[in-house]
Design a protein around this ligand. Structure first.
Ligand SMILES: [Zn+2]
Length: 221
């Protein structure tokens, strides 16, 4: 069964319209827990796209940033205009271990195509626990306070495009978007390569063992 209903803000799919209010917004967006004002994605986190994202992140195939930049540009509506692109920050230790921040490479490609600057306006204060297996509320608590805006409100009045590779529940992106707003942004849209909830709406599969094929929260965790 495929989802027929989507929140107008975060594009989260639902099987029926009951979670959506009269404006078509889900409870998280209604209560300001999303942080971002819109969410766009290229595809589902499955199949070839998932394998390519793994090659990019864990296999160190950085040259994939270029075609991925094209995918991201396709996913962005033509009428959306931005003043700056912000990559989802990695905690410094994870960045050091991986050697690069995959969202940074993607952000550079998108910024080049849009003709706007990349601004590293937020930092990751601490490394968060793996989000896999946590409930949505626990995911939000896990990442709350994980991001801090840098000094000087570098995004004052700006429309910002936040780039990440994968969106799962959106809890990480929501926390980061809130920090971007504290840095002065007036609008934040999230753009990702893939979402885990784009697949058919089968009952939620709980992993029997950690890492048993269950998608991780955002690649940038
Ligand atoms: Zn929503």
């Amino acid at each position: 069964m495929s989802a027929e209903y989507f929140c107008v803000s975060c594009r989260t799919p639902f099987l029926n319209s009951s979670p959506l209010d009269e404006n078509g917004r889900c409870a998280l967006c209604r209560n300001g827990l999303r942080g971002f004002d819109a969410a766009y994605t290229f595809g589902s986190y499955e199949g070839a796209l998932r394998e390519l994202i793994h090659l990019f992140k864990y296999g160190g195939v950085r040259t994939l940033a270029k075609p991925f930049g094209g995918h991201l540009a396709v996913a962005l509506p033509r009428n959306e205009q931005f003043d700056a692109v912000v990559p989802m920050p990695l905690h410094w230790l994870r960045r050091w271990r991986r050697g690069f921040n995959q969202s940074d490479l993607l952000a550079r490609e998108v910024a080049r195509r849009c003709g706007v600057p990349v601004i590293h306006a937020v930092r990751r204060r601490r490394s968060t626990l793996s989000q896999a297996g946590l409930t949505n509320a626990k995911r939000r608590a896990n990442v709350a306070g994980a991001f801090a805006p840098k000094q000087g409100r570098p995004l004052e009045g700006k429309r910002v495009l936040l780039i990440d590779d994968v969106m799962t529940t959106g809890a990480t992106a929501a926390a980061c978007a809130l920090a971007i707003k504290r840095a002065g942004a007036r609008y934040v849209a999230l753009l990702t390569l893939a979402r885990t909830d784009r697949r058919s709406m089968a009952p939620v599969r709980i992993p029997a063992t950690a890492g048993g094929g269950f998608p991780e929260e955002s690649a940038s965790c």
